[in-house]
Write a protein that binds this ligand. Structure first.
Ligand code: DI6
Ligand code: FE
Length: 403
């Protein structure tokens, strides 16, 4: 059955970044059959169902390509300490920070993780998000890492969303391995990775930082992951430069995320490797960081830029991709066009789903969002206001709201 979605303006975000001012889309089941100017609608297409969009803007369903949205508890007391002057790194060195969430997550059941995480996912879905990446990383022991990944898959099975999972076992050093970071990396490589591959993980991630894992340790982890045929991505150069982007580039990482302390040479290496740079301005804001990512160098070298929420209980306690888009514009100086590609085509590429999602073209998934806005410049302009009024996932309307 064919459905005609008519009377809309369309930003396809495809390879040609086509825009149709008097656009229409035809869907067949879960896929796009045709997209273009309504006047060019092929005469032979017999559409049985018509949806009137009343001049709204249509974009691909948004892709949030970096979240830690499955976790238990919250860290408001830690935030209070940070606003009073204690740094994120100091709290981490005391055994707080990520390890605080590890304690809460280890104590939670799979059902409890799903229930606590669902409102965060729903907050993203209400903003037009149709694909979301979810990391493990608050278990740091085999069973809890696996439980987090299963919770992420259950959220996918019970919500209109495509989930991409990343194993982030190398997020912090668990207390059982205190002083033995190399042994912990060895355990992930030799014991966990081969066993977890059965859980359908889409990528292996790590936190490369002087309060977490060294470039050499990430290099070892990625060597094993790549040999198992897994994609890799990396948190790098967030608080200091310890050489993570070079490791990511060497292994052909899908993405390298944060990058505040990356250099011009790092940007060049990422460009050569085809790695997407994921900007996480909510973490930059919440940690009151001052060092801006090298946006000019990333642009000059042609590194694709993505923008993500980083939803997590420590450095980005929120679940709003629209707010991240606003912050990417205001704090990092991205343009509205960069921000839109950053949450569509480039974000999909960071998850290796760009052939199906993150852009509107014939043959791709019918995932899209309609916006009650006059101009595309309004994406990333509103700060704490959501103009999304309709979401379609795999060709079906899954959300309608009055705006
Ligand atoms: N970088 C981040 O922004 C999150 N993890 C990471 O490696 C923060 C995670 C947390 O503080 O709980
Ligand atoms: Fe993160």
């Amino acid at each position: 059955m064919l459905t005609l979605w008519r009377h809309c303006r369309i930003a396809t975000c495809d390879e040609q970044s086509r825009v149709f001012e008097r656009g229409a889309i035809v869907t067949r089941g879960a896929a796009i059959e045709w997209v273009g100017d309504e006047a060019d609608l092929p005469a032979g297409l017999r559409t049985e169902h018509v949806i009137e969009l009343a001049g709204r803007w249509l974009t691909p369903g948004l892709v949030d390509c970096h979240t830690h949205l499955v976790f238990a508890g919250q860290r408001a007391a830690e935030f209070a300490r940070r606003t009073a002057g204690t740094s994120y790194a100091e709290i981490a060195r005391e055994g707080g920070g990520i390890l605080g969430t590890v304690r809460a997550t280890r104590a939670a059941s799979e059902e409890g993780l799903v229930e606590q995480s669902r409102p965060r996912l729903q907050s993203l879905l209400a903003e037009g998000v149709t694909t979301v990446e979810i990391k493990s990383g608050y278990g740091l022991e085999f069973d809890t890492e696996a439980r987090m990944l299963r919770a992420a898959r259950r959220l996918e099975a019970t919500n209109p969303v495509t989930v991409s999972t990343s194993l982030l076992a190398a997020h912090a050093l668990p207390p059982e391995f205190a002083g033995r970071a190399d042994d912990y990396i060895g355990t992930i490589c030799e014991d966990w990775l081969p066993r977890l591959a059965g859980l359908r993980i889409d990528a292996v991630d790590a936190y490369c930082e002087d309060i977490a894992f060294s470039a050499a340790q990430c290099d070892r982890l990625f060597t094993v992951a790549r040999a198992l045929g897994l994609n890799v991505r990396l948190h790098a150069e967030q608080l200091s430069n310890v050489g993570g982007s070079q490791v990511a580039a060497r292994h052909g990482a899908l993405s390298c995320d944060h990058l505040e302390y990356a250099t011009d040479a790092d940007a060049r290496a990422l460009a050569r490797a085809g790695t997407v740079a994921v900007m996480l301005p909510v973490a930059f804001y919440m940690l009151a960081e001052r060092q801006l990512p090298p946006i000019e160098a990333l642009r000059r070298h042609g590194v694709p830029l993505a923008v993500a929420s980083d939803c997590n209980p420590g450095s980005a306690p929120g679940a709003s991709l629209l707010l991240a888009m606003n912050m990417a514009r205001r704090l990092f100086g991205l343009t509205s066009a960069e921000v839109l590609l950053g949450v569509t085509r480039h974000a999909a590429r960071a998850l290796a789903v760009h052939e199906r999602r993150g852009s509107l073209a014939a043959g791709r998934a019918a995932d899209f969002a309609a916006w009650s806005i006059d101009s595309l410049d309004e994406l990333g302009y509103w700060c704490g206001f959501n103009p999304c009024s309709l979401v379609a996932k795999n060709g079906s309307i899954v959300l309608e709201r009055d705006v």
